[in-house]
Ligand binder design. Structure first.
Ligand code: SF4
Ligand code: SF4
Length: 195
């Protein structure tokens, strides 16, 4: 099914999960939009442009069936424009953030296969638990090369467990430590290439 054929139905994940900072609408991540009512958007006909133009990865990717709808699957995919991903991954097009809202539902062989496919075609893959995202490619390359889906799930679960405390407002120092480690790794790679 294409984005046009798919409909959000009862899903309201993006209306709660995302941080929105536009002149028309401002809300923090993980806070329900003030316009959200039981049946969905209470101002649907006049919803702001940011909402009109937004489509999550499930809406955008025809190969994802109904079981991937974010409220069903526990994971929302968000596209990351090429300009916002490391140069080494841009040839594969946009990157993807796996925003995990329910790890038990989300981190399954199905998600492992999807992430492995992205890593194989060298697309940037990030993980977020409503935290700043971290890039996963380097950590996933080993199990993906070995066709080890359990290993892919293990890496995703470990990253989720490290990020989760930051997502619940604790352990913010840890997430920045992960970021610094990632930046250091990228810097070391760049220096290697230049030498
Ligand atoms: S997360 Fe996706 S499916 Fe759910 S409401 Fe938003 S755009 Fe629709
Ligand atoms: S305005 Fe409507 S569509 Fe936009 S975030 Fe709020 S509830 Fe969702």
């Amino acid at each position: 099914m294409t984005a046009v054929e798919k409909t959000c139905g009862p899903c309201q994940v993006c209306c709660v999960a995302l941080k929105i900072k536009t002149p028309q609408l401002r809300k923090d991540a993980q806070i329900p939009c003030p316009h959200l009512v039981a049946k969905g958007c209470g101002i649907y006909e006049s919803r702001p442009p940011v909402c009109r133009s937004f489509l999550c990865g499930w809406r955008l990717m025809p190969e994802l069936d109904a079981s991937w709808r974010p409220d069903v699957s526990g994971v929302m995919l968000l596209p990351v424009p090429e300009a916002q991903i490391p140069k080494a991954y841009r040839a594969a097009g946009p990157g993807w953030v796996l925003v995990i809202s329910d790890a038990k539902k989300a981190i399954t062989p199905k998600l492992a296969r999807l992430a492995a496919g992205m890593v194989k075609r060298h697309a940037a893959v990030f993980l977020s638990v409503m935290t700043p995202r971290i890039q996963m490619n380097e950590q996933l390359e080993g199990p993906v090369a070995a066709n080890d889906l359990d290993g892919v799930m293990r890496v995703l679960n470990q990253a989720h467990d490290r990020l989760k405390p930051a997502g619940t407002g604790k352990g913010l120092g840890r997430i920045w430590a992960l970021y610094r480690a990632q930046v250091d790794r990228m810097r070391a790679k760049m220096e290697q290439r230049q030498s």
